[in-house]
Design a binder for this molecule. Sequence first.
Ligand SMILES: [Zn+2]
Length: 113
Amino acid sequence: MNPSSRTPEGQPNRCPLCGKDLRIEPSRPPGDAPCPHCGQLIWFDDTEEPSLRDQAGRLHKLAEHAGKQMAKGNFDYAVELYEQCVLEDPSNAQFALALGVATLAVEKTLRNE
Ligand SMILES: [Zn+2]
């Protein structure tokens, strides 16, 4: 066992508020951590900007999370997540399409087992 060798210095990032470079270990999930200089909460997940943390950004994250569940074979959970996306943003065709795909995947699993 070598628990400390994975990310010795944390992930490099830049604070959008004070502009300082920083290396901190974000909490996962959800993958955010406060800036040690000014306290601004910074997202470390991909290239997500803190300014996207409105409804659209949140739903995008939810859909992304659902996609990861799909990849893991957790189709039931993915359907739940996509359903929430569709409920909150019924005009988004991508969410509706993804929900359809996930629902089909659940049905396929039920038929095979
Ligand atoms: Zn800062």
